[in-house]
Design a binder for this molecule. Sequence first.
Ligand code: BGC
Length: 774
Amino acid sequence: MALPDVTELTLEEKASLTSGASFWKTKPIERAGVPAIMVTDGPHGLRKQREGGDHLGLGDSVPATCFPPAVGLGSAWDADLVHRVGEALGTEASLENVAVLLGPGINIKRSPLCGRNFEYFSEDPIVSGVLGAAMVRGIQSKGVGASLKHFAANNQEHDRMRASSDVDPRPLREIYLRGFQRVVEAAQPWTVMCSYNRINGVYASEDPWLLTHVLRDEWGFEGLVVSDWGAVNDRVAGLRAGMDLEMPSSGGVTDAQIVAAVHDGSLDEQVVDAAAGRALDLVRKATAGAGAVAGPLDVDAHHALAREAAGRSIVLLKNDAPEHAAALRTGDARGALLPLAHDAKLAVIGDFAAQPRYQGAGSSLIRPTRLDTALDEIRALAAGDVAYARGFSNALEVSADETAALRDEAVAAASVADVAVVFLGLPARLESEGYDRDDIDLPAEQLALLDAVVAANPSTVVVLSNGGVVALPFADRVPAILEAWLLGQAGGGAIADVLFGEVNPSAKLTETIPLRLEDTPAYLDFPGEFSHVRYGEGLFVGYRWYDARRIEVAFPFGHGLSYTSFAYGDASAAVNADGDVEVTVAVTNTGDRAGREVVQVYTSLPGGEVHRPVRELKAFASVALQPGETRDVALTVRRKDLAYWDTRVDRWLVEGGSYVVDVAASSRDIRSSVRVDVDGDEFTLPLSRNSSIAEVMAHPVVGDMVQAAIAEMMGGMDGVTSILPEGVEVTKMLESFPIGRAAMFAGPDSGGAIDPAMIDGLIALGNAGGAPQE
Ligand code: BGC
């Protein structure tokens, strides 16, 4: 049965479509044949609660494949892989009759302390935007909608339902909104979820600038805006701002407010029509998409995909030979500790090896279809002895005796092994939606355990399980470190694959690992106080900060090693007919095993007019290469990604000039640099009495005239300039002087050289764009 047009519904029916019936369902209108649809979390698996689930929405859910959370998956830097995971998520949602999956989350990792960083991709908007778009496309290819969240500037959990993210326009546009813009423009998610927080004082859920002006009018969003669960503050204001669907249910209270507001004339009924119309569109899409996938769910195939994705998520941070090479038994001729020889005698140490941490707590918690442990999977691949020692306990209360006994047992196992593989990480309680971390440290007993193990056996590999970055004070003391993040249900197998070299690691960091919390960009402004958090670091988020301040880091953004090595040729770059910059570089696998390299392109504009980071990521691609193979890797830097947000005119502008294009293996490992000339956008700053003299002098129409006038004036000022210290530049002193004020200093007493009417004439002439009159 065809769905009705919005005009066929009563006001009450239309209002009823703008809030949920329950935690996960929209309201049906039986009279008009409008069915309810179901939405569920997200983002790295399906969390469909069983019927009659609890009211917090956190209880038991049907089993679903738990793919690597974004912190892991993002580290693959691979849109195709993310797309495939998205397809699998869409398939599982479709088979469970779920119309919209509540993800992906693409918020920027502003501080490593954010409790929810495990759900987000990166500290960089290009990474977040490209991967977010791939996931949306993948999910939606199965007739299921995605919900791009949390829109916007929701970069902490502390006080998230009240705090105002106070962000200046440039970082807001260039860092925090840029990824959202990309996903909306490239993938048209069926829904966008507005966040809990306020932005510059206004709730995201009732911000017409955000939800209508930017999202719809500028970016062309065609879908529905849904509130985060409980994000509505003032329902009528929200509706007016463009917030279409309130979730979960308000028990009809806010529907009645909407009806009353129309009756008393404070709300235009067309606003209700627009929101109800979008709700109907969503139901229409969901109805058309339903049944696109034939069951049953292939649990094994999705588990295999989860393992592949997890293998691609593990970052090899470091891989040296241990100090005492005699202790080493590896299959690698270069003498690096990894990969392990299959017949090496291993001591596997650490609670996480047997009790994996594979996802974070909160609304994204999946009940997996199965769960691999690293210990079992290592044993399955190993040909030698594998001893296991728990090493430490993650329990809240552990006695000193128990800690010492666990440590001694681990040291004993390590001392007789060829290699110790030590699993360290963050206990689950330290990372969750709803609150942030206080520090970036691993628990002290884990660090002490590691020291004791390394003292007993220097051939030690550390495998980390954590959703947010941790400080690695031992990085210089252990030869090999795998950052295994949270990897989903097949992470255990993936870790074994990488340890033994069945999978050659290729992931890279999408966030910087700092040396100390005090070095991090938001350190002095996180999480704010009195419900305001000032984004004082501005544009300088993540590597942009460390590079600008030349701060040493533990491992830089974009870093990740392989069991093979790659050589880069000389890059070339040219502007194509669309104005985009095409970059090409030849990459060769110079090692002896097949591998994949993530190639990164950063740009900068030395001597540019606007304040910019030292370099910014603009494009990336990955290439799989056999030993000895060379391939050309082509990357496109979109012209629009070169643009900065100009706050004087509220628009994107590309500054012209000779850009440096750095082709790199990480943000601090530039392999080839090339220059490319980019034409700037045609743009003339409108003049006003507030324009500075420098701005007027640079103006294409009136600039010459003003320059000549100033030169003439300076000529008559010898008496003044002669008493100034040598070298003081009077013209420079004048540059920041607003032209409108010049008249004040040139009134009748001082000779009356500048007439205010003349200045207004000059401004009008400049703004009219006409030719200067003689
Ligand atoms: C979270 C969202 C989630 C929603 C529904 C909220 O608390 O912020 O990410 O989709 O709950 O569970």
